[in-house]
Design a binder for this molecule. Sequence first.
Ligand code: ADP
Ligand code: MG
Length: 465
Amino acid sequence: ADRKRRAAAVIEEVESSLATPTALLRSIADAMVTEMERGLRGDIHAQLKMLISYVDNLPTGDEHGLFYALDLGGTNFRVLRVQLGGREKRVVKQQYEEVSIPPHLMVGTSMELFDFIAAALAKFVDSEGEDFHLPEGRQRELGFTFSFPVNQTSISSGTLIKWTKGFSVNGMVGEDVVSELSKAMERQGLDMKVTALVNDTVGTLAGGRYMDNDVVAAVILGTGTNAAYVEHANAIPKWTGLLPKSGNMVINTEWGSFKSDKLPLSEYDKAMDFESLNPGEQIYEKLISGMYLGEIVRRILLKLAHDASLFGDVVPPKLEQPFVLRTPDMSAMHHDSSHDLKILGAKLKDIVGVADTSLEVRYITRHICDLVAERGARLAAAGIYSILKKVGRDKVPTNGSKMPRTVIALDGGLYEHYKKFSSCVEATLTDLLGEEASSSVVAKLANDGSGIGAALLAASHSQYA
Ligand code: ADP
Ligand code: MG
């Protein structure tokens, strides 16, 4: 009975420190809009960097030819080739391959990382079949999706600001990522030109727009989280160049670095942040994204094991190990709807090493997954809502005109595979928008849109265009 009381006390404390009432989400969204405006002014202390992408035109559908794309930004990287057939034929053929990045390369030297990537790309190019056509005398061209914050200096160049998501490769911060890749391709004897360097959010936005003309923003919920959207060029005070003809500029918000006293940070989040590779940074991302959710659950379960002997008299040693509980496992446990939660029980046995767990312990575990996932999803929805506010698509126009259809392209393993998470994002967004406005807003899965998006941007910025 004493154990139960102590468990209940911990759970109650967790519930209150993770709570995200709708009023709080609204004030978080307001704070995000304020930070976006600061970032657009170029305030060096702005938390949202609001990076200029140099993409002032999104794909039209007329793109044609053979293009490659390379996507680096998480645990895997993807290479892709696509034969574009213009307005009529669209995507004629596409092929891709996924390669996992050996963990030691994520924290090694830039030369090792880029040599590995360029070698995989060269091998992929070698397998190009008859269905793909490169006109005589032309160089192959590539769109490079690089999902880390970059100070873009043109559409095809930019320097790394910092690593995130568990990457910490030496000697890269401040370096031009395209020239690093190009040098590695040369070392491989691969003749290819990078014509577009894009963030994955920007790639997803481009891919999304190609599929649906009403896409105005893209959000990634994967290993990390970030968003990009179409801004009016004259709403970007820090942009000092000529105004683009289109009047628009795609902005990579880098919203993962958002931080505010309003964010519901628990002791578990603070401890995780403190022990991370980048303490004090990417706080919003650490509450939302796939790299971290399972780890937060683990920390809460560990507290329950210590304070309320949740898994018996001894604390299971495996539970002490950072990151043993991965978000896909958390998702599997959370979705267990069997009457005796046997999937969850098997996962606990597998991951934590406790063979027999009572039904009550399983219920508690599922409840913790629910609390952590719900907070993440609701905060992500507040972010989307803030972008809609920023572009004036959060409510029906007061002048009586109809609210235009507004599509948000979403991608990332977390959004794609964690159903309870994605449903909660959508439900919360509907709640924040209200009935009328939400009927014009659509969240759409843009499955691997960033690959095709980068290839499309490589096409529109081709040296032969
Ligand atoms: P990245 O963000 O690394 O470019 P993805 O978009 O494929 O790659 O996202 C991968 C991330 O998605 C994983 O790190 C994991 O956190 C999350 N994820 C993948 N599968 C699942 C799942 N079944 N349930 C919950 N999260 C998942
Ligand atoms: Mg990705």
